[in-house]
Design a protein around this ligand. Structure first.
Ligand code: GLV
Ligand code: MN
Ligand code: MN
Length: 422
């Protein structure tokens, strides 16, 4: 019998230590493949080793720990398929400390508890800290989990951050070789499944007064970089009727996006970044770049909206004599969670007397990418006010304890032989 009482406190201790590793002195920003990300990997690696795991960093910058199963622990040559647990170690700019990190630290701490009690499971467990889920630094996203799933195209490594550093060069700076990308890919037979713990990032569990819930499906998403080119000119001399103002054209595009997406239940789109140049008070903007993030749990609705938006952009380009070029930088379809793993998670929640709340996830997660490789399931943890991607993001120590309890029970009940195909 494992005494789990201290696990919530331990999870907080680790989460707080990771939150110190920030690119910014006053708030938490840790983008992928930065110096702070490297420090976070080193910190997590140390904790993994303390928890009894063997560790390595793969070719894309994911940190991975393996807790050998019963047979493997007694036979060096054996390498059985593992249950994979984890989430990401990057953050948005000025983000919270739980989004991603909770899903790495909770399994790590649970494995540490098993190890401290000398308990080996009848299967191996791997814990992973993925290198990029937020997609903040580079236009693409989920490249850690996609590299493992074998769905990351090597062309993606040419994408650059705002300083012109490509993912390939960022990997080199990180001490990795981008030409080794393929070595990060894992085989279907390596894994029994993937379970990701994540804060809910919404208000449902808090409203229902339940600490932990299960996820039914994850919404699909697409990202675009749009460039709008007009003609820069003097703010005082060019009459309004003769302007090709890229920024007012972009403004019309933004309102069109909002309009299209307001028409469909569950469809959401966000323009979170926009840059106008040359960027002077007395110069008409000649060029604008903006991003689009568009999501829906129904892929067909999202794709229809994307087509509608592209048609409207084409019309705006004609009307305003602009060149408008939307380039899709990322796309992922919606993904269902595996029924068997989810049932076992739900049973583990129920065994503590909590009702089972099932909900879809509007946020993207590494589990989406892993679904290409193995069965996936997710546990959501109640967060205060549903706030996330914000420094006020928080959960309680009691809820960290609750999710550790649920995960440990799940691990102790999980029987690979009982999984049926599908
Ligand atoms: C990540 O949090 C995302 O959903 O974009
Ligand atoms: Mn996340
Ligand atoms: Mn996030």
């Amino acid at each position: 019998m494992i005494d789990t009482e201290h696990l919530g406190v331990k999870i907080f201790e680790y989460i707080d230590a990771l939150a110190e590793l920030s690119e910014h002195p006053d708030h938490l920003t840790r983008c992928s493949l930065t110096r702070e990300h490297k420090q976070a990997n080193a910190m997590v690696e140390q904790w993994m080793q303390t928890a009894g795991m063997t560790t390595h960093t793969d070719a894309i910058g994911n940190i991975i720990g393996r807790y050998a199963g019963q047979t493997e622990a007694s036979d060096e040559s054996a390498k059985a398929p593992a249950l994979l647990l984890g989430s990401h170690l990057d953050t948005v700019r000025n983000g919270g400390r739980f989004d991603g990190m909770l899903g790495v630290i909770t399994p790590l701490v649970c494995i540490g508890a098993l190890n401290a009690h000398g308990i080996r499971l009848p299967f191996a467990v791997e814990v992973v800290g993925f290198c990029d889920e937020e997609g903040v630094r580079f236009p693409s996203t989920l490249f850690g989990s996609r590299a493992i799933a074998g769905t990351l195209n090597s062309d993606t490594l040419d994408q650059c951050d705002e300083n012109g550093i490509s993912i390939a060069n960022a990997l080199r700076d990180f001490g990795l070789d981008p030409d080794n990308l393929k070595s990060a890919q894992r085989a279907v037979t390596d894994f029994l499944g993937f379970v990701e713990i994540h804060i809910e990032q919404g208000p449902v569990l808090e409203t229902q007064n339940i600490p932990v819930g299960v996820v039914s499906a994850i919404s699909g998403a697409a990202r675009y970089q749009v460039s709008v080119t007009g003609q820069a000119g003097h703010a005082g001399t060019v009459p309004m009727s003769l302007r090709q103002d890229a920024l007012t054209g972009a403004a019309e595009c933004l309102l069109a996006i909002e309009n299209v997406c307001s028409d469909h239940e569950g469809l959401v789109a966000t323009v979170g970044e926009i840059k106008a140049s040359p960027g002077a008070t007395n110069v008409i903007p000649g060029h604008v770049e903006f991003s689009i993030d568009i999501r829906s749990s129904e892929d067909s609705i999202r794709q229809m909206a994307e087509r509608e938006i592209a048609n409207i952009f084409a019309q705006i380009a004609i009307d305003r004599k602009l060149d408008i070029q939307p380039v899709k930088t990322y796309e992922a379809g919606s993904v269902d969670c595996d029924k068997q793993l989810t049932r076992l998670l739900a049973d583990s929640i129920e065994s503590f007397g909590y009702p089972v709340q099932t909900m879809p996830s509007g946020a993207g997660h590494d589990a989406m990418a892993l679904a290409e490789l193995t069965r996936i399931a997710m546990l959501f943890v109640r967060c205060k006010g549903g706030i996330s991607h914000h420094p006020d993001e928080s959960i309680t120590v009691q809820d960290a304890h609750a999710v550790a309890d649920v995960l440990l029970r799940f691990l102790q009940r999980f029987d690979p032989a009982a999984l049926t195909a599908g």
